[in-house]
Design a protein around this ligand. Sequence first.
Ligand SMILES: CC(C)(COP(=O)(O)OP(=O)(O)OC[C@H]1O[C@@H](n2cnc3c(N)ncnc32)[C@H](O)[C@@H]1OP(=O)(O)O)[C@@H](O)C(=O)NCCC(=O)NCCS
Length: 172
Amino acid sequence: MTTLHTPRLTLRPITPADLPEVVAYRNDPAVARFQAWPLPATLETVQGLVSDRPLGAPGWVQRAVTLGGGPLLGDVALNTHGPQAELGVTLATAAQGQGYAAEALRALIDHAFGPLGLHRLHASIDPRNAAVARLLTRLGFRHEGTAIQGYWHRGEWTDDASYALLAAEWTP
Ligand SMILES: CC(C)(COP(=O)(O)OP(=O)(O)OC[C@H]1O[C@@H](n2cnc3c(N)ncnc32)[C@H](O)[C@@H]1OP(=O)(O)O)[C@@H](O)C(=O)NCCC(=O)NCCS
């Protein structure tokens, strides 16, 4: 099980005790708007986020983003497929706007391109999600294109923008 540390944050596995808070932020309409999880989130639908698999194991692996190992701020995730992985990030509304997402993702990216030896990271976003577009761009991700109405999301066709970063482009 991988735990990552930054100056302000500890990224650790999600535990059953975290799940009521995870349900609460996943049901916040502002947090859920551009995310694919089923609504309403319930303790049952988030149960699968509790896992002892290490980051880099195939498929989605989540980490709780906590303030120094204390309060839960949100979660980050890596969906690893061969030498590449997709990134995910979610913060509760009260934790946004303080640089925590960037700090957590920097640690995750360092881990992905360092110990895990991955070649490429990518993210798929709704271009209307300006906060995540700013975040990815600030981290050095390149906007590689947008599939127009390429994604069916909660009853409507939405655009799907791809962002990516190569290991060779990352400065730890
Ligand atoms: C995407 C998301 C994680 C971004 O969170 P965020 O808090 O805006 O991102 P950052 O950690 O990069 O914080 C940046 C903001 O904090 C501010 N900030 C304050 N203190 C800071 C610090 N010490 N360091 C860096 N930034 C700081 C910055 O000015 C910036 O504000 P701005 O974007 O208005 O310019 C958040 O909006 C979210 O969880 N959204 C809902 C879930 C979602 O849609 N996820 C993406 C799905 S693909």
